[in-house]
Design a protein around this ligand. Structure first.
Ligand SMILES: Nc1ncnc2c1ncn2[C@@H]1O[C@H](COP(=O)(O)OP(=O)(O)OP(=O)(O)O)[C@@H](O)[C@H]1O
Ligand SMILES: [Mg+2]
Length: 440
């Protein structure tokens, strides 16, 4: 079964001016924006994209690049010169005025940069406003509005007047109003741009959290790349009316489509955007617990490292260091399990690099990336972390993280494991290798 798009824009054009249709015809024939300037301002040129249910889709670009024009076409506030928009399968273009109002009431609500609260109404009545328009009864709408106000941390200010709130709080009331409306799609045009940086960041975090809880589809406009990268599941980058790249934050960071996007991403706060999973390296320095103390020693010598991760059925048990292993060998110990330091720093694949940095500082061994089931997915050595943060070309990206990397002396490991296999904790060589193979 295919999931229908929440929203789809197909070949949208908007030209303001004397002869919009003529301008679009010429643009379709390959004319540039400048070449049609005599006919009008081409604010949006051939924009196509789809937005999936439950995602935050960001449209980003400099001032004047056409962001607001696009978003106004999405809910029918502006009529496209050419092209169409479908909202949950319904064409905006062919909707009557009454149908459009219905779509706006039921499917798609909009949050502006200045939320324009009604000054003579309480916070609660402001938050309940959209429901009032929808004809929901007073008790019910106040109940629903209060629930959302609590979500955005304003439950105790419900009876206050807007003027008694700080700017950030007022912004939250506006957000609550849009959320209370209960529409599946939220359009947000520079909704946080007027806030000071700390509050803005708090709002961004809250929006992501709310979106996860409430599962709304959000189309968010910003000219701030950091904001775009932090919020967006996908980002469309606009320039002079055109979408020049559409991709995940990571795609846009690591593989900018052109110099314009590359320049944009230079200043981005990479630590907040890149995830552990995007920069991790295959975990070569691992040993199955069944290989025992001497297996661990052998692995460290082969790989010329001072510590290895110990895995059991692909799950990460912890790490052992060369010193601990040598001491154990001298003492005649064979059981590796007893030596494992279980307090290794771990992160999830979706954790941002800021988390990795924190862990890395505390840890002598590379940070381990593990999935929810505790399986070792990869590692982030400090040098990898520094390279990622410094935007050093990641040469290791060429390595396929599923296949064993050619630099691993697999044959040597097989030989050493076979040689070392001790009767008491004999790991079938295949099994041991499977565990290692999976631990990346
Ligand atoms: N109603 C209008 N009439 C004429 N030109 C317009 C109109 N609205 C927008 N434009 C022009 O279309 C272009 C795109 O404007 P738009 O407001 O979509 O940009 P934006 O990306 O939202 O910019 P900002 O970040 O400053 O809000 C600009 O050149 C603008 O001057
Ligand atoms: Mg705008």
């Amino acid at each position: 079964m295919t999931i229908p798009h929440a929203l789809e824009a197909t070949h949208l054009y908007k030209v303001f001016g004397r002869s919009p249709r003529d301008a679009v015809r010429r643009l379709k024939d390959g004319a540039t924006r400048a070449e049609v300037a005599d006919a009008g301002t081409a604010a949006v040129i051939d924009a196509s994209f789809t937005v999936n249910p439950g995602e935050i889709f960001v449209i980003m670009g400099l001032s004047g690049s056409g962001k607001s024009t696009i978003i106004r076409m999405l809910n029918g506030l502006l009529e496209p010169t050419s092209g169409d928009v479908t909202v949950q399968g319904r064409s905006i273009r062919s909707a009557s005025a009454a149908q459009l109002r219905e779509i706006r009431r039921e499917s798609i609500s909009m949050v502006f940069q200045h939320f324009a609260l009604l000054p003579h109404r309480t916070v609660l009545d402001n938050a309940a406003y959209a429901l009032e328009i929808q004809g929901v009864g007073r008790t019910e709408r106040r109940r629903r509005a209060l629930e959302i106000l609590e979500r955005v941390g304003l439950g105790d200010r419900a009876e206050a007047m807007p003027s008694e709130l700080s700017g950030g709080m007022q912004q939250r009331v506006g957000l609550a109003r849009a959320l209370t409306a209960g529409t599946g799609i939220l359009l947000m045009d520079e909704a946080f741009s007027a806030l000071d940086p700390l509050i803005r960041r708090e709002m961004q975090e809250q929006l992501v959290e709310l979106q996860r809880e409430l599962g709304r589809t959000i189309i968010f406009i910003t000219h701030d790349l950091n904001e775009a990268m932090f919020l967006g599941d996908r980002i469309a980058v606009m320039r002079d009316g055109r979408i020049v790249q559409n991709g995940t934050p990571e795609e846009i960071l690591t593989d900018p489509a052109n110099d314009y996007v590359a320049q944009f991403v230079q200043d981005v706060d990479r630590a907040r955007v890149l995830t552990a999973g995007a920069v991790m390296e295959p975990a070569h320095a691992t040993t199955p617990v069944t290989a025992g103390v001497r297996g661990a020693l052998r692995a460290m010598r082969e790989l010329q490292v001072g510590s290895v991760f110990v895995v059991e059925n692909r799950r990460l048990l912890g790490a052992v260091t060369d010193r601990a292993v040598i001491r154990a060998v001298k003492a005649g110990q064979t059981d590796l399990r007893a030596l494992v330091d279980r307090a290794v720093a771990t992160v999830g694949p979706d954790d941002p690099l800021t988390d990795v940095v924190e862990r890395s500082v505390e840890s002598a061994v590379p940070v381990a990336v593990v999935d929810a089931g505790g399986r070792l997915l990869g590692t982030i050595p400090r040098v990898t972390l520094l390279a990622a943060l410094g935007n050093v070309p990641a040469t290791t990206r060429e390595i396929d993280v599923i296949e064993p990397a050619p630099t691993v002396p697999q044959a040597a490991i097989i030989a050493s494991l076979a040689e070392l296999a001790e009767p008491t904790e004999a790991a079938p060589v295949d099994g041991a290798l499977a565990a290692k193979g999976g631990a990346r």
